[in-house]
Design a binder for this molecule. Structure first.
Ligand code: NAI
Length: 714
């Protein structure tokens, strides 16, 4: 057969019969299975099926770093008819079944990220070879956008890897590296990247000669479990329990995926494929799926935005962190780990320094335990941290992150001191959580290089960084910090200087309302329970315990001073922070703790604050309105003040910084879906019954007139 060209695929069939098919979607950075790509592939498969010349086919990608990025997400976002969604699943299934039935062996040779449909096509073939490059991943992320792998993924993956490994990938929406893929039997070989194509060829030649290397087998334990019905029941019921625990039942796709995998395992491939398609019909049109796709797109847009700023900027080669406390130790650790650069960690005493270093070491050890780092790698990175008590060596650093005590005068003094120790162009970032960036840098020469870099606690786990642009902060300084955030694997959101910046400002309204509910005789567990049932990772009172009662009250006071018209604390708020009752860090707060584990609400709280023991019945609907609507109200104000660029960025910040439930689509999107007009009416009623603080903001009223928050402020 002569070499054939189509727009997305290039087939080459040399006389040896060892054919290659290169997927290279024109005009795109990654390969996606759009409708037209699928129809091209269909024609190609038809032709290849009757070819006398092909004896073995290797599927390759023409894209650097990407094999296949999956189906076209826009097509899933747009589908509104369940029957059309179901048919979309069947189209891919028929095609991949035809691939499976080709009259010669097929090999997927994966040298870049391979997810979703790419993985499913590979699974439909005979062999999967994968490069050992660190950033190469293979997986099935579908549940993350609210659907199940429906082009054969749910039905074919368990056949290859055994149930437990397959469920781990499908239910977690995970991707694994080559080593793991080989270990669980997903890949048949991991090949060295520099000689990848040569090794693929030699593998294919062995296949051609009829002596392919032995197939990977799933391990003994999974064989035993999968092999008998009782073992399978155990695996499925455990999976169900874990998913419910992790998601509170808010993410139907993962639960559906278990059912689909179960059908495929019990009743065979054909029944499994039918179940995949049926599940897709219902899931793809659901609000949860649409919300999750919306968030996925926001994140992609945010990445593109930062990438467009990254131009030709030199990466930071050496940094310093001031303050080795909870935050400083964590920031130094992540700089050494993810940016892989030397970091000077300065504090005023050897004891806090030792604590900071121990904190960093503990995080590295956890990474080793989770196999994210090898022990020697962790040791080398730990050695990048240089504890110090003075400014020696600061001339070399290209960025300083300040994380000392939250005291304006101390910070001002340290910043002007710092200016003498580093070059005038060195970016000085503050991790302050509530102080004004403009004020912190007031006495520092070259204030244009001063910027906020507000990490969240714990630094290595929380994905958000608020990048605070003061009135004098230069575009260049913001750019340096944005680039660094991406390098650290964080999601940066640029915000303007202002009390509490964005996330803490909105959150304080929510947490304060929880205090008012407590004041009115409601129980701690009822207040928090309403919010966790709604999907928040923890309730507002548990959150105050986590942040530290002293810290939360301090921030609340700062904000109450700034927004006195609508943020008022109960009179007993100052009694909340007692030295022995500061939340998790002291073992008690609103709750009692065993180490980091929350045990139960502490009844002493009511007594200590002079509140009656709760006996009021709860009204979850009212609780929810009272805690969530003030956040919506404040979000509208933040947008009107242009504190953040647009509602998408605000939603992203709330999801990444507070765990706002992703399946609800984000704070502003949720409000729009409820109908901003309806929310304004409820706020007016609340203002009438519970106080002026609920009065709808002008900004929110404007959004109602403008057709919603997104329509008004995007
Ligand atoms: P911390 O009290 O645990 O640590 C502060 C450290 O700074 C101490 O080790 C202290 O010895 C050191 N220090 C004080 N003056 C210094 C100086 N002149 N030079 C060098 N080191 C000095 O405080 P934490 O919680 O780590 O907070 C630090 C900063 O991070 C604050 O601005 C805080 O608002 C902010 N932040 C805190 C969060 C939290 O959850 N704890 C979250 C986000 C920001």
């Amino acid at each position: 057969m002569a070499p054939a060209m189509s727009s997305a695929f290039e087939l080459a069939v040399p006389s040896s019969g060892l054919a290659t098919l290169v997927f290279d979607l024109p005009g795109k950075k990654v390969n996606v299975f759009t409708r037209s790509v699928l129809s091209e592939l269909e024609k190609l498969i038809e032709r290849m099926a009757t070819s006398q010349d092909i004896r073995c086919l290797v599927l390759l990608s023409g894209k650097e770093g990407n094999f296949v990025a999956g189906a076209d997400i826009d097509e899933i976002a747009d589908v509104t008819d369940p029957a059309a969604a179901e048919e979309g699943a069947r189209v891919g299934q028929r095609l991949f079944q035809a691939w499976n039935e080709l009259p010669f062996p097929t090999i997927a040779a994966i040298q870049g990220t391979c997810v979703g449909g790419g993985t499913e096509l590979s699974l439909a073939g005979n062999y999967i070879l994968i490069s050992d490059r660190q950033d190469v991943r293979i997986g099935l992320p579908e549940v993350r956008i609210g659907i199940v792998p429906a082009w054969g993924g749910c039905s074919r993956l368990p056949r290859r890897t055994g149930l437990a490994s397959a469920l781990d990938i499908i239910l977690g929406g995970k991707s694994v590296d080559g080593k793991k893929a080989f270990k669980i039997g997903l890949a048949d070989a991991v090949l060295p990247d520099p000689t990848f194509l040569r090794e693929v060829r030699s593998f294919a030649e062995q296949v051609l000669q009829g002596r392919p290397p032995p197939r990977r087998r799933s391990n003994l334990k999974s064989k035993l479990l999968d092999g008998n019905p009782l073992g399978r029941d155990v695996v499925f019921s455990q999976a169900r329990k874990q998913v419910l625990k992790r998601t509170g039942g808010h993410y139907p796709a993962a639960l559906q995926a278990i059912e689909v995998v179960e059908v495929g395992r019990r009743r065979g491939l054909e029944a499994g494929l039918q179940a995949e398609a049926r599940a897709t019909g219902a899931l793809a049109v659901s609000p949860v799926c649409k919300n999750l796709i919306h968030i996925f797109k926001m994140m992609e847009a945010s990445k593109r935005e930062s990438a467009s700023l990254e131009t030709d900027q030199q990466p930071i080669r050496e940094a310093a962190v001031l303050g080795a406390g909870v935050m400083g130790g964590g920031i130094a650790q992540i700089l050494a780990d993810r940016a892989d650069i030397p970091v000077r960690l300065k504090d005023v005493g050897t004891t806090p320094l030792a604590t900071g270093m121990a904190h960093a070491k503990e995080i590295f050890e956890k990474q080793v335990a989770r196999r994210r780092l090898t022990r020697p790698e962790a040791a080398r990175k730990m050695n990048l941290l240089l504890p110090c008590l003075d400014y020696a060596g600061f001339r070399r650093v290209e960025l300083v992150v300040e994380a000392i005590v939250e005291d304006l005068r101390v910070k001002q003094q340290v910043f002007s001191e710092l200016a003498d120790q580093v070059g005038p162009e060195v970016v000085l970032a503050s991790n302050t959580s509530s102080l004004s960036i403009d004020l912190i840098g007031r006495d520092t020469p070259n204030p244009e290089r001063i910027v906020g870099m507000h990490f969240f606690n714990p630094v290595h786990q929380m994905p958000l960084v608020e990048v605070v642009k003061g009135s004098k902060t230069s575009h260049q300084a913001v750019q340096v910090v944005l680039t660094l955030c991406r390098r650290l694997g964080k999601t940066p959101v640029v915000v303007k200087d202002g009390p509490g910046f964005l996330v803490n400002r909105i959150l304080t309204f929510y947490m304060t309302e929880a205090l008012w509910l407590l004041d009115e005789g409601r129980a701690i567990e009822d207040i928090d329970g309403v919010m966790t049932d709604w999907g928040m990772p923890m309730g507002p009172l548990a959150l105050i315990d986590t942040v530290g009662i002293d810290v939360a009250v301090k921030v609340a006071h700062i904000l109450a001073a700034a927004f006195a018209d609508r943020l008022v604390l109960p009179t007993w708020a100052d009694q909340l922070a007692q030295p022995e009752r500061l939340g998790i860090k002291t073992g008690s707060g609103f709750y009692l703790y065993k180490g980091q584990e929350r045990s139960k609400p502490d009844p002493a709280v009511y007594r200590n604050l002079g509140l009656a023991t709760p006996n009021e019945p709860s009204d979850p609907g009212e609780f929810l309105d009272r805690m969530v609507l003030p956040m919506v109200n404040e979000a509208a104000r933040c947008l009107a003040e242009a504190l953040v660029m647009n509602p998408s960025e605000l939603d992203l910040a709330m999801i990444m910084g507070t765990g706002f439930p992703p399946f609800r689509g984000g704070l502003c999107r949720w409000a729009d879906l409820q109908g901003a007009e309806r929310l304004v009416t409820i706020l007016r009623q609340l203002a009438e019954h519970n106080g002026e603080r609920f009065q709808p903001s002008v900004a929110l009223e404007r959004a109602v007139e403008g057709g919603g928050i997104y329509a008004t402020y995007s």
